[in-house]
Design a protein around this ligand. Structure first.
Ligand code: ACM
Ligand code: ZN
Length: 546
């Protein structure tokens, strides 16, 4: 330990020069901007002779990660040693002198001879490496010039999420992994995986194979925007493509993706919708509906009137069986149970649902929704997990331990925080990345509507300023949602989410007082070649901004 202290002391002495020669912050492609960053015009020269000094074996996975990166991008790996080399330059990875439980924090200090990384946890080291990667040159060279920097970093929020709807359109395992790569690059730590909806069931459940063999396919898909009759029914003028559409993830696929995300310190949050958005499941198992069916997986967008029957105990057994398999696949604390947009017409007409309302003294269908969610919560809690749901789960009373995801604005999130429930903010404005990002819609791919330009995302503050400290504590963070009714390919997922994802990363990571949109755009322009190298189909509107 003394030796490390000595090294750190020498290092601190050497960085005095770094701080003095600091140039304006604008010229490093760092996103999200670290909490505290200084740099000079000096460089560390990394070559195949550079050693990695590893002070803790626990950090080996991250050393392998960075070595894989060096090998893929520069054609060499670095040797790992346990003692300081007597000559040559090196990267020293160590833990801080005392542990404070800040597992995502790190320090990255680079002078002309050494790169020092200090992290208490593997996640912190991983984030230090993400930062380092952003300032590495993109060109292959035997001598890699890295700017001398002095960075102290820590996230603003503990929940930094991105969502992807794989029900309306299906994305392959490799595409999902690519999405996870982008999340990791910007230090997100939650991937919200929307696996189930009216238009397709995408997760293998061993006990109920029809969920994927029937619910995993729709016979065709509507073309463009739906046309509606005056009475709210879909018009006969709607056009369908006549092509069967399907796909699902096997449990092995899921395990592979969860492990892949875990290696990048990303928790996968599965969403299993209930009681609404459940038509694909009911197409496979109509006995859990109010009417008994029959049903087809939805071929158009929107919300189905048919939902799970809350009056049948068998519905709950069915969902508990599904959740049992889901909870075994996803190691995170939370399971997302949807809860949004459950139309109540079927419940109003269903004798079993009405009987439940009467026996349980629930008064209304909203009360029945609350009963449904609370009953599911009890089961999930009994297995050691927590539920999170969209803000409709407030209706009729929030289940006792539920966390809430606020999407219809922030009102629900504020209400839940006041009731001392954990909250993730995800208001349609500006967190729906399926909305348009440019005013000129004629130049954009067809989108669901709305307008969430890059600057509106950047300006977002997930914690309303009028909340008191005790209430703000319950705002865990925020996330953006990528619904895919009108997003038919992964290239379009990239277009809609990048660079808005980069802007959101700064909302979630960077201290508010350090944020500056003009500076962000300068850094984004510097960062764009890295996206080009990765082949990302990002939206380029920002390139014309001054
Ligand atoms: C939602 O957009 N229905 C959560
Ligand atoms: Zn019913």
């Amino acid at each position: 330990m003394k030796r490390i202290l000595f090294i750190v002391a020498c290092f601190l002495f050497s960085i005095v020069g770094v701080a003095q020669k600091q140039t304006p912050l604008k010229s490093l492609p760092l996103i999200p901007l670290p909490k505290d960053v200084k740099w000079s015009n000096d460089h560390f020269i990394l070559s195949s002779q550079t050693k990695i000094v590893l002070m803790s074996d626990a950090f080996k996975p991250e050393v392998d990660y960075i070595n894989n990166y060096f090998k893929a991008n520069y054609g060499f790996e670095l040797a790992t040693v346990l003692v300081l080399p007597s000559d040559g330059n090196y990267i020293l990875i160590s833990r801080p002198d005392f542990e404070a439980g800040w597992l995502e924090n790190y320090e990255l200090n680079i002078n002309q001879n050494q790169i020092f990384i200090v992290a208490e946890g593997n996640a912190g080291l991983f984030y230090a490496i993400q930062t380092l990667q952003q300032i590495l040159p993109l060109e292959k060279s035997p001598e890699i010039k890295i700017p001398c920097v002095q960075i102290k970093d820590a996230p603003r929020y503990k929940w930094r999420g991105m969502h992807l709807d794989c029900s309306r359109h299906f994305f392959t395992k490799d595409e999902v992994k690519k999405y996870i790569d982008y999340l990791a690059m910007y230090k997100f730590n939650v991937f919200h995986w929307h696996l189930v909806d009216d238009q397709g069931w995408r997760i293998e459940i061993k006990k109920y194979p029809l969920l994927t063999s029937i619910g995993g396919t729709r016979k065709e898909t509507i073309i463009g925007k739906a046309v509606w009759n005056k009475d709210g029914t879909p018009s006969k003028d709607n056009k369908y493509d006549g092509i069967a559409y399907g796909g699902f993830y096997t449990q092995n696929d899921i395990k592979e993706i969860v492990a892949y995300a875990q290696s990048k310190y990303i928790t996968v949050l599965p969403e299993i919708e209930m009681p609404g958005h459940s038509l694909a499941a009911l197409a496979a198992y109509p006995q859990f509906s109010c009417t008994g069916g029959s049903f087809e997986t939805f071929t158009r967008w929107g919300v189905s009137d048919d939902v799970y029957c809350a009056g049948r105990d068998e519905t709950f057994s069915f969902l508990e069986d599904i959740l049992t398999e889901v909870m075994e696949l996803f190691p995170g604390k939370y399971i997302h149970i949807g809860g949004d947009e459950c139309l109540k017409d079927r419940w109003k007409a269903c004798p079993k649902c009405q009987q439940r309302i009467s026996v349980e003294k629930l008064k209304t269908e909203e009360g029945l929704q609350s009963y449904f969610i609370t009953r599911i919560e009890k089961f999930v809690n009994s297995r050691g997990k927590q539920i999170i749901g969209w803000d409709e789960i407030l209706e009729g009373g929030l289940a006792p331990n539920a966390a809430l995801m606020s999407w219809r604005g922030v009102k629900g999130g504020i209400e839940a925080a006041k009731q001392k429930h954990n909250v993730v903010m995800s208001p349609g404005k500006p967190c729906y990345f399926d909305h348009y990002q440019s005013k000129d819609k004629t130049k954009e791919p067809l989108a669901i509507g709305g307008f969430n330009p890059l600057d509106s995302v950047y300006a977002y503050n997930p914690t309303p300023t009028f909340l008191n400290a005790g209430e703000s504590e319950f705002i865990m963070g925020a996330q953006a949602n990528v619904w895919t009714e009108y997003i038919t390919s992964f290239a379009q997922v990239e277009y809609m989410s990048m660079p808005r994802m980069a802007a959101l990363s700064e909302v979630l990571w960077t201290p508010t007082e350090k944020k500056n949109y003009k500076d962000f755009i300068i850094r984004l322009k510097l960062h764009a070649p890295a996206l080009d190298k990765l082949g990302v189909n990002y939206a380029k509107h920002f390139k014309s901004l001054k």
